[in-house]
Design a protein around this ligand. Structure first.
Ligand SMILES: Cc1ncc(COP(=O)(O)O)c(C=O)c1O
Length: 360
Protein backbone atom coordinates (compact mmCIF):
# COMPACT_ATOMS: atom_id res chain seq x y z
CA UNK A 1 0.00 0.00 0.00
CA UNK A 2 1.22 3.50 -0.78
CA UNK A 3 2.48 5.54 2.17
CA UNK A 4 -0.37 7.21 4.07
CA UNK A 5 -0.01 9.93 6.69
CA UNK A 6 -2.22 10.83 9.65
CA UNK A 7 -5.12 12.89 8.33
CA UNK A 8 -6.78 15.07 10.97
CA UNK A 9 -9.01 16.81 8.41
CA UNK A 10 -12.48 17.89 9.59
CA UNK A 11 -14.03 16.61 6.38
CA UNK A 12 -13.78 15.12 3.88
CA UNK A 13 -11.95 13.01 6.38
CA UNK A 14 -9.98 9.81 6.79
CA UNK A 15 -11.70 6.59 5.70
CA UNK A 16 -10.83 3.06 6.87
CA UNK A 17 -7.98 1.75 4.61
CA UNK A 18 -9.69 -1.64 4.26
CA UNK A 19 -12.80 0.11 2.91
CA UNK A 20 -10.67 1.98 0.38
CA UNK A 21 -9.02 -1.27 -0.70
CA UNK A 22 -12.41 -2.88 -1.15
CA UNK A 23 -13.56 0.15 -3.16
CA UNK A 24 -10.45 -0.09 -5.34
CA UNK A 25 -11.55 -3.57 -6.44
CA UNK A 26 -15.18 -2.55 -6.90
CA UNK A 27 -14.24 0.51 -8.97
CA UNK A 28 -12.84 -1.90 -11.56
CA UNK A 29 -15.36 -4.69 -11.24
CA UNK A 30 -18.30 -4.63 -8.83
CA UNK A 31 -18.72 -8.07 -7.31
CA UNK A 32 -17.94 -9.98 -10.50
CA UNK A 33 -20.37 -7.99 -12.67
CA UNK A 34 -17.57 -6.98 -15.07
CA UNK A 35 -18.57 -3.31 -14.60
CA UNK A 36 -17.22 -0.96 -11.94
CA UNK A 37 -19.40 0.69 -9.31
CA UNK A 38 -18.87 4.12 -10.90
CA UNK A 39 -20.17 2.81 -14.23
CA UNK A 40 -23.29 0.91 -13.20
CA UNK A 41 -26.75 2.25 -14.03
CA UNK A 42 -28.51 3.59 -10.96
CA UNK A 43 -31.54 1.53 -11.96
CA UNK A 44 -29.74 -1.75 -12.67
CA UNK A 45 -29.91 -4.76 -10.35
CA UNK A 46 -26.25 -4.58 -9.18
CA UNK A 47 -26.61 -1.00 -7.99
CA UNK A 48 -30.08 -1.56 -6.52
CA UNK A 49 -28.58 -4.34 -4.41
CA UNK A 50 -25.86 -1.94 -3.24
CA UNK A 51 -28.44 0.73 -2.40
CA UNK A 52 -30.64 -1.70 -0.50
CA UNK A 53 -27.66 -3.05 1.42
CA UNK A 54 -26.56 0.46 2.42
CA UNK A 55 -30.05 1.23 3.69
CA UNK A 56 -30.27 -2.09 5.54
CA UNK A 57 -26.92 -1.49 7.27
CA UNK A 58 -27.86 2.06 8.28
CA UNK A 59 -31.15 0.76 9.68
CA UNK A 60 -29.40 -2.01 11.58
CA UNK A 61 -26.64 0.20 13.02
CA UNK A 62 -29.01 3.01 14.00
CA UNK A 63 -31.75 0.62 15.18
CA UNK A 64 -34.07 2.72 13.07
CA UNK A 65 -37.79 2.12 13.65
CA UNK A 66 -39.97 0.89 10.74
CA UNK A 67 -41.84 4.16 10.39
CA UNK A 68 -38.70 6.08 9.40
CA UNK A 69 -37.32 6.52 5.91
CA UNK A 70 -33.61 6.42 5.15
CA UNK A 71 -33.02 8.80 2.25
CA UNK A 72 -29.98 9.67 0.16
CA UNK A 73 -29.85 13.29 -0.99
CA UNK A 74 -27.38 15.64 -2.61
CA UNK A 75 -26.61 19.29 -1.89
CA UNK A 76 -24.72 18.57 1.33
CA UNK A 77 -25.92 19.25 4.84
CA UNK A 78 -26.27 22.89 3.73
CA UNK A 79 -29.14 21.96 1.44
CA UNK A 80 -30.96 20.56 4.49
CA UNK A 81 -30.68 24.01 6.11
CA UNK A 82 -33.13 25.12 3.37
CA UNK A 83 -35.17 21.97 2.76
CA UNK A 84 -36.19 21.57 6.40
CA UNK A 85 -37.89 24.98 6.71
CA UNK A 86 -39.21 24.77 3.13
CA UNK A 87 -40.98 21.52 3.94
CA UNK A 88 -41.96 21.99 7.58
CA UNK A 89 -42.08 25.69 8.47
CA UNK A 90 -45.57 26.67 7.38
CA UNK A 91 -46.73 30.29 7.08
CA UNK A 92 -47.41 31.79 10.50
CA UNK A 93 -45.49 29.06 12.36
CA UNK A 94 -42.19 29.39 14.26
CA UNK A 95 -39.16 27.11 14.17
CA UNK A 96 -36.81 26.90 17.15
CA UNK A 97 -33.05 26.74 16.72
CA UNK A 98 -30.41 25.88 19.31
CA UNK A 99 -27.55 28.07 18.15
CA UNK A 100 -24.39 26.35 19.34
CA UNK A 101 -21.97 27.06 16.52
CA UNK A 102 -21.28 28.27 13.03
CA UNK A 103 -23.35 25.60 11.24
CA UNK A 104 -26.27 25.89 13.67
CA UNK A 105 -26.26 29.64 13.10
CA UNK A 106 -26.23 29.18 9.34
CA UNK A 107 -29.13 26.72 9.58
CA UNK A 108 -31.13 29.27 11.62
CA UNK A 109 -30.21 32.07 9.22
CA UNK A 110 -31.44 30.05 6.28
CA UNK A 111 -34.73 29.23 8.03
CA UNK A 112 -35.19 32.94 8.83
CA UNK A 113 -35.29 33.68 5.09
CA UNK A 114 -38.36 31.43 4.87
CA UNK A 115 -40.27 32.04 8.11
CA UNK A 116 -40.09 32.94 11.79
CA UNK A 117 -37.17 31.66 13.82
CA UNK A 118 -36.89 31.61 17.60
CA UNK A 119 -33.43 31.22 19.12
CA UNK A 120 -34.05 28.66 21.86
CA UNK A 121 -30.51 29.10 23.21
CA UNK A 122 -27.16 30.40 22.05
CA UNK A 123 -23.57 30.05 23.17
CA UNK A 124 -22.31 32.85 20.94
CA UNK A 125 -21.63 35.00 24.03
CA UNK A 126 -18.51 32.86 24.63
CA UNK A 127 -17.58 32.22 21.02
CA UNK A 128 -19.56 28.95 21.06
CA UNK A 129 -17.21 27.24 23.51
CA UNK A 130 -20.00 25.50 25.43
CA UNK A 131 -23.36 23.75 25.07
CA UNK A 132 -26.02 25.72 26.95
CA UNK A 133 -27.63 23.77 29.79
CA UNK A 134 -31.10 25.16 29.18
CA UNK A 135 -33.08 26.14 26.17
CA UNK A 136 -36.33 28.05 25.96
CA UNK A 137 -38.65 26.43 23.51
CA UNK A 138 -41.41 28.62 22.06
CA UNK A 139 -45.12 27.82 22.51
CA UNK A 140 -45.82 25.48 19.58
CA UNK A 141 -42.82 25.40 17.25
CA UNK A 142 -43.02 23.57 13.94
CA UNK A 143 -39.81 21.83 15.04
CA UNK A 144 -36.67 22.36 17.14
CA UNK A 145 -33.32 22.09 15.38
CA UNK A 146 -29.98 21.32 17.05
CA UNK A 147 -26.47 20.41 15.91
CA UNK A 148 -25.28 17.39 17.87
CA UNK A 149 -21.58 18.13 17.31
CA UNK A 150 -20.11 21.54 16.55
CA UNK A 151 -17.29 20.72 14.17
CA UNK A 152 -15.58 24.10 14.29
CA UNK A 153 -15.77 24.86 18.01
CA UNK A 154 -15.19 21.32 19.31
CA UNK A 155 -18.34 21.00 21.41
CA UNK A 156 -20.90 18.21 21.47
CA UNK A 157 -24.25 17.52 23.11
CA UNK A 158 -23.74 14.78 25.71
CA UNK A 159 -27.46 14.07 25.87
CA UNK A 160 -30.50 15.10 23.91
CA UNK A 161 -31.48 18.75 24.32
CA UNK A 162 -34.34 19.41 26.67
CA UNK A 163 -37.16 19.75 24.17
CA UNK A 164 -40.76 18.66 24.93
CA UNK A 165 -41.63 15.29 23.39
CA UNK A 166 -44.47 16.91 21.44
CA UNK A 167 -42.02 19.08 19.45
CA UNK A 168 -40.50 17.41 16.35
CA UNK A 169 -36.77 17.27 17.07
CA UNK A 170 -34.45 17.81 14.10
CA UNK A 171 -30.75 17.07 14.33
CA UNK A 172 -27.78 18.02 12.17
CA UNK A 173 -25.55 15.04 13.00
CA UNK A 174 -23.06 15.70 10.19
CA UNK A 175 -19.97 15.47 12.35
CA UNK A 176 -20.88 12.75 14.84
CA UNK A 177 -23.38 10.42 13.19
CA UNK A 178 -22.68 6.78 14.10
CA UNK A 179 -19.81 7.76 16.39
CA UNK A 180 -22.02 6.63 19.31
CA UNK A 181 -25.50 5.15 19.73
CA UNK A 182 -28.31 7.49 18.77
CA UNK A 183 -31.96 7.27 19.81
CA UNK A 184 -33.64 7.78 16.46
CA UNK A 185 -37.13 7.41 17.93
CA UNK A 186 -36.68 10.68 19.86
CA UNK A 187 -36.08 12.56 16.60
CA UNK A 188 -38.38 13.51 13.75
CA UNK A 189 -35.49 14.01 11.34
CA UNK A 190 -31.72 13.45 11.47
CA UNK A 191 -29.42 14.49 8.66
CA UNK A 192 -25.73 14.18 8.01
CA UNK A 193 -23.40 15.02 5.17
CA UNK A 194 -21.49 11.75 4.81
CA UNK A 195 -18.00 13.17 4.49
CA UNK A 196 -16.87 12.91 8.12
CA UNK A 197 -18.02 9.67 9.73
CA UNK A 198 -19.92 7.88 6.98
CA UNK A 199 -18.11 8.07 3.67
CA UNK A 200 -17.19 10.51 0.92
CA UNK A 201 -18.64 13.92 0.11
CA UNK A 202 -21.60 13.84 -2.27
CA UNK A 203 -24.38 12.21 -0.29
CA UNK A 204 -26.43 13.42 2.67
CA UNK A 205 -28.16 10.74 4.69
CA UNK A 206 -31.59 11.79 5.97
CA UNK A 207 -33.45 9.66 8.50
CA UNK A 208 -37.00 10.95 8.75
CA UNK A 209 -40.28 9.86 10.30
CA UNK A 210 -42.92 9.01 7.69
CA UNK A 211 -45.56 11.11 9.40
CA UNK A 212 -43.33 14.21 9.02
CA UNK A 213 -42.68 13.50 5.33
CA UNK A 214 -46.44 13.32 4.80
CA UNK A 215 -46.85 16.74 6.43
CA UNK A 216 -44.28 18.35 4.12
CA UNK A 217 -45.38 21.30 1.96
CA UNK A 218 -46.88 19.81 -1.21
CA UNK A 219 -46.25 22.72 -3.56
CA UNK A 220 -42.45 22.74 -3.59
CA UNK A 221 -40.29 21.93 -6.60
CA UNK A 222 -40.06 18.15 -6.96
CA UNK A 223 -36.40 17.80 -5.93
CA UNK A 224 -36.95 19.85 -2.77
CA UNK A 225 -39.72 17.64 -1.34
CA UNK A 226 -38.72 14.81 1.01
CA UNK A 227 -41.71 12.85 -0.31
CA UNK A 228 -40.05 12.65 -3.75
CA UNK A 229 -37.12 10.75 -2.21
CA UNK A 230 -39.30 8.67 0.11
CA UNK A 231 -41.57 7.53 -2.73
CA UNK A 232 -38.76 6.73 -5.16
CA UNK A 233 -36.17 4.95 -3.00
CA UNK A 234 -34.09 8.16 -3.36
CA UNK A 235 -33.80 7.42 -7.08
CA UNK A 236 -36.20 9.91 -8.64
CA UNK A 237 -33.14 11.18 -10.51
CA UNK A 238 -29.60 9.82 -10.82
CA UNK A 239 -28.44 9.64 -7.23
CA UNK A 240 -24.85 9.78 -5.95
CA UNK A 241 -24.28 6.08 -6.63
CA UNK A 242 -20.62 5.82 -5.61
CA UNK A 243 -21.17 7.76 -2.38
CA UNK A 244 -24.13 5.52 -1.47
CA UNK A 245 -21.96 2.47 -2.17
CA UNK A 246 -19.12 3.75 0.01
CA UNK A 247 -21.42 4.68 2.90
CA UNK A 248 -22.55 1.04 2.80
CA UNK A 249 -18.97 -0.19 2.97
CA UNK A 250 -18.21 2.14 5.90
CA UNK A 251 -21.33 0.93 7.72
CA UNK A 252 -20.28 -2.69 7.15
CA UNK A 253 -16.87 -1.76 8.60
CA UNK A 254 -18.54 -0.21 11.68
CA UNK A 255 -20.63 -3.36 12.06
CA UNK A 256 -17.55 -5.64 11.80
CA UNK A 257 -15.86 -3.50 14.43
CA UNK A 258 -18.57 -3.93 17.03
CA UNK A 259 -21.23 -1.38 16.05
CA UNK A 260 -22.01 1.98 17.63
CA UNK A 261 -21.31 1.00 21.26
CA UNK A 262 -17.81 -0.11 20.28
CA UNK A 263 -17.28 3.07 18.20
CA UNK A 264 -18.28 5.16 21.23
CA UNK A 265 -15.80 3.37 23.49
CA UNK A 266 -12.96 3.75 20.98
CA UNK A 267 -13.81 7.41 20.38
CA UNK A 268 -13.92 8.10 24.13
CA UNK A 269 -10.51 6.48 24.58
CA UNK A 270 -8.95 8.41 21.69
CA UNK A 271 -10.34 11.76 22.83
CA UNK A 272 -9.36 11.09 26.47
CA UNK A 273 -5.69 10.76 25.48
CA UNK A 274 -5.74 14.23 23.96
CA UNK A 275 -7.83 15.92 26.63
CA UNK A 276 -5.79 14.37 29.46
CA UNK A 277 -2.64 15.72 27.93
CA UNK A 278 -4.22 19.15 27.32
CA UNK A 279 -5.30 19.32 30.97
CA UNK A 280 -1.75 18.65 32.14
CA UNK A 281 0.00 20.88 29.59
CA UNK A 282 1.49 24.23 30.51
CA UNK A 283 1.67 25.31 26.88
CA UNK A 284 -1.50 24.07 25.18
CA UNK A 285 -5.05 24.51 26.41
CA UNK A 286 -8.37 23.19 25.10
CA UNK A 287 -10.78 25.88 23.92
CA UNK A 288 -14.09 24.14 24.72
CA UNK A 289 -15.54 24.00 28.24
CA UNK A 290 -14.79 20.65 29.82
CA UNK A 291 -18.33 19.31 30.06
CA UNK A 292 -19.08 20.27 26.45
CA UNK A 293 -15.98 18.77 24.86
CA UNK A 294 -16.41 16.97 21.56
CA UNK A 295 -15.11 13.45 21.07
CA UNK A 296 -14.81 14.17 17.35
CA UNK A 297 -13.08 17.55 17.04
CA UNK A 298 -10.54 18.50 19.68
CA UNK A 299 -9.74 22.23 19.52
CA UNK A 300 -6.80 23.84 21.29
CA UNK A 301 -4.41 26.80 21.27
CA UNK A 302 -1.13 27.87 22.79
CA UNK A 303 -2.45 31.39 23.31
CA UNK A 304 0.04 32.69 20.77
CA UNK A 305 -1.19 32.47 17.13
CA UNK A 306 2.40 32.45 15.82
CA UNK A 307 3.26 29.48 18.02
CA UNK A 308 0.06 27.72 16.90
CA UNK A 309 1.17 28.22 13.31
CA UNK A 310 4.66 26.92 14.10
CA UNK A 311 3.17 23.82 15.75
CA UNK A 312 0.90 23.11 12.76
CA UNK A 313 3.89 23.43 10.40
CA UNK A 314 5.98 21.11 12.55
CA UNK A 315 3.11 18.60 12.62
CA UNK A 316 2.82 18.70 8.84
CA UNK A 317 6.56 18.03 8.52
CA UNK A 318 6.05 15.00 10.76
CA UNK A 319 3.21 13.51 8.69
CA UNK A 320 0.33 14.89 10.78
CA UNK A 321 -1.90 16.74 8.35
CA UNK A 322 -5.08 18.83 8.53
CA UNK A 323 -4.59 20.28 12.02
CA UNK A 324 -5.22 23.91 11.22
CA UNK A 325 -8.28 25.25 13.05
CA UNK A 326 -11.21 26.56 11.01
CA UNK A 327 -10.48 29.97 9.51
CA UNK A 328 -13.14 31.57 11.75
CA UNK A 329 -11.45 30.53 15.03
CA UNK A 330 -7.80 29.76 14.25
CA UNK A 331 -5.74 27.62 16.60
CA UNK A 332 -5.44 23.87 16.20
CA UNK A 333 -8.18 21.30 15.57
CA UNK A 334 -7.67 17.56 15.60
CA UNK A 335 -10.61 15.76 13.98
CA UNK A 336 -10.60 12.19 15.17
CA UNK A 337 -13.68 10.56 13.65
CA UNK A 338 -14.44 6.82 13.78
CA UNK A 339 -11.87 5.87 11.15
CA UNK A 340 -9.06 7.94 12.68
CA UNK A 341 -6.50 5.52 14.16
CA UNK A 342 -5.51 5.58 17.80
CA UNK A 343 -1.84 5.54 16.73
CA UNK A 344 -2.38 8.95 15.11
CA UNK A 345 -3.61 10.37 18.40
CA UNK A 346 -0.52 8.94 20.13
CA UNK A 347 1.70 10.56 17.49
CA UNK A 348 -0.02 13.91 18.01
CA UNK A 349 0.29 13.78 21.80
CA UNK A 350 3.98 12.87 21.47
CA UNK A 351 4.57 15.78 19.10
CA UNK A 352 2.78 18.16 21.49
CA UNK A 353 4.96 16.94 24.37
CA UNK A 354 8.13 17.46 22.34
CA UNK A 355 6.95 20.90 21.21
CA UNK A 356 6.11 21.87 24.79
CA UNK A 357 9.57 20.76 25.95
CA UNK A 358 11.11 23.07 23.34
CA UNK A 359 8.75 26.04 23.53
CA UNK A 360 6.92 25.76 26.88
C1 LIG B 1 -22.14 20.16 11.68
C2 LIG B 1 -22.08 20.55 10.23
N1 LIG B 1 -23.21 20.86 9.59
C3 LIG B 1 -23.20 21.23 8.29
C4 LIG B 1 -22.02 21.30 7.57
C5 LIG B 1 -22.07 21.70 6.14
O1 LIG B 1 -21.97 20.54 5.36
P1 LIG B 1 -21.93 20.52 3.79
O2 LIG B 1 -20.61 21.04 3.37
O3 LIG B 1 -22.13 19.06 3.48
O4 LIG B 1 -23.05 21.35 3.27
C6 LIG B 1 -20.83 20.95 8.19
C7 LIG B 1 -19.57 20.99 7.43
O5 LIG B 1 -18.49 20.81 7.92
C8 LIG B 1 -20.86 20.58 9.56
O6 LIG B 1 -19.74 20.27 10.20
Amino acid sequence: MTQRIFNFSAGPAVLPPEVLEEAREDILNLRGSGIGILEHSHRGKPFMEVRDETERLIRELGEIPEDYHVLFLQGGASMQFSMIPMNFLKAGATADYLVTGHWAKLAAKEAATLGTVHTACSSEDHNFNYIPKNCHISAHPAYAHYTSNNTIFGTQFKSLPNVPASVPLVCDASSDIFSRPIDVSKHALIYAGAQKNLGPAGVTVVIVRDELVKRGAPNLPTMLRYSTYAENQSLYNTGPTFAIYLVGRVCAWIMRNGGLEAMARKNEAKAAKLYNYLDSSKLFRGTAEKESRSLMNVTFVTGNPELDEKFIKEATRNGLDGLKGHRSVGGVRASIYNAFPSAGVDALVQLMRDFEAKHG
